[in-house]
Design a protein around this ligand. Structure first.
Ligand SMILES: [Zn+2]
Length: 194
């Protein structure tokens, strides 16, 4: 699998969405990565090729087990208190598989730095490299305070904010923002009725 070193937003988005697939965050719908098929759908949604590991196949039970372990590790990393701890953890993710840098033309013909993982890299190792590059890019280009907890009191999610303004508040804006709006609306209505 090959990805752009400069595209930290992709790795950051995958990191955000991966931690928020857990039952801890999905209180109403439950665990998203229940089986290898669920993991396959997650990869498809992010445009990550299912043959990421170098052979054409769908994720296996073993892939799922490893990705769930990566998710637990990632959650801890996002919660890390210091920038140094965060950098160390993200560097460790990046180094899990051998990542080879190369300078190649992108589809528009411009020269770009790419990171490539080898033919025998595991799916979780490739995700770890992609996420590691994303988190390190955020730390270098933006800042560590772009890693935050969801502002909804009813949600235990986390996210990495790569927006230009840096004012993102929710892990899943369509869900957590709305839930809060609905609660506020009910509270107002309740207060008006008294
Ligand atoms: Zn949330």
């Amino acid at each position: 699998m090959k990805f752009l070193f400069s595209d930290y937003a992709l790795g950051a988005a995958v990191a955000t969405d991966l931690v928020n697939t857990s039952a801890q965050v999905r209180r109403s719908t439950g665990e998203t990565l229940r089986d290898p098929e669920g993991l396959g759908r997650f990869l498809d949604e992010h445009g990550i090729p299912a043959d990421a590991a170098g052979c054409v196949r769908r994720p296996t039970e073993e892939d799922l087990k490893q990705v769930l372990a990566l998710r637990r590790e990632l959650r801890e990393l996002l919660e890390s208190g210091s920038e140094e701890e965060f950098a160390d953890g993200a560097n460790a993710l990046l180094r899990r598989e051998a990542v080879e840098p190369s300078l190649e033309r992108d589809p528009d013909g411009r020269w770009q730095w790419y990171a490539g993982t080898g033919q025998r890299a595991s799916l979780s190792g490739e995700l770890a490299a992609l996420i590691g590059i994303g988190l390190l890019g955020v730390l270098r280009t933006l800042s560590h305070d772009r890693v935050r907890h969801c502002a909804s009191p009813a949600c235990d999610g986390m996210f990495v904010d790569t927006s230009k303004a840096g004012r993102r508040r929710y892990c899943m804006p369509a869900v957590c923002g709305n839930r809060l709006n609905v609660a506020a609306h009910r509270a107002r209505r309740g207060a008006a009725g008294q």
